[in-house]
Write a protein that binds this ligand. Structure first.
Ligand code: ADP
Ligand code: AMP
Length: 226
């Protein structure tokens, strides 16, 4: 590659409050683009289930609706990202220090981000989405009791695995997670705005319309950077 050229590949950050639809869209777009979905929350829940030292350290923060400390997250995510040139980061970064660590890692790898997609929704919608969410904890696939129910109650259409309500999707913990978003994660909006990477998506639309809006925005960004 000559200077000024960018490595090919889809490299996106999905940014937005819990329940905005990041995981839903990351699964769809990973399927169509060939990028790997790297979902921080899913990886942490896997560590918890496997009772790794990281999982045991993270669990009290997760149960309290708090963010897990940056040093643990950054170490975990570096290991997940290295080796991929196309990825959708779903749930990372969530603080300015995490974003700075990601910038340093990607600069070192010569793999700049293509875009940071901001999912915009109103608060009442987030609460309705999260308190109705059903999760297959093995695969990360989600359903919704009202808007996207599985064919058989409590069972994943894809793999027949159990669907559960995440403990942190209870209304009292959702409220705490939204406070964390406002106080620590929302600062990434001006951060990535200043880097010229931010694209805003109306995430109140139905799933296919949100997918189309992201695809369109990413195509425009790719045309811009190539
Ligand atoms: P996030 O990853 O941002 O926390 P999810 O993708 O898990 O959010 O979505 C939260 C809940 O909202 C899930 O139950 C999902 O089925 C539902 N959902 C996702 N996108 C939409 C949408 N565009 N319209 C309605 N419900 C949605
Ligand atoms: P999620 O599945 O993305 O809603 O994340 C669930 C929980 O995992 C969060 O409430 C945090 O406790 C933790 N978590 C996920 N991603 C991060 C991150 N980037 N930084 C800190 N904590 C995180």
């Amino acid at each position: 590659m000559t200077p000024g050229e960018h490595a090919p590949g889809v490299r996106l950050v999905f940014l937005g409050p819990p329940g905005a639809g990041k995981g839903t869209q990351a699964q769809v777009l990973a399927g169509t683009s060939g990028a790997v979905q790297i979902a921080t929350g899913d990886i942490l829940r896997r560590h918890r289930r496997d009772r790794t030292p990281l999982g045991l350290e993270a669990q009290s923060f997760m149960d309290a609706g708090k963010l897990v400390p940056d040093d643990l997250i950054v170490r975990m995510m570096e290991a997940e990202i290295v080796g991929h040139d196309s990825f959708i980061l779903d749930g990372f970064p969530r603080t300015v220090p995490q974003a700075e660590a990601l910038d340093a890692l990607l600069a070192g790898l010569g793999l700049p981000l293509v875009a940071v997609v901001l999912f915009e929704t109103d608060r009442a919608e987030l609460m309705a989405r999260l308190t109705g969410r059903l999760t297959n904890e093995r695969t990360g696939r989600t359903y919704h009791v009202v808007t996207d129910p599985p064919k058989v109650a409590g069972v994943d259409d894809d793999d027949g695995g159990p669907l559960v309500t995440r403990p942190d999707d209870r209304p009292e913990t959702v409220a705490k997670r939204l406070v964390e978003y406002d106080s620590l994660t929302a600062a990434l909006v001006p951060y990535y705005g200043a880097h010229g990477l931010l694209v805003r998506i109306d995430a109140m639309q139905a799933v296919p319309a949100v997918t189309a809006a992201i695809e369109d925005a990413v195509r425009r960004r790719e045309a811009h950077v190539s």
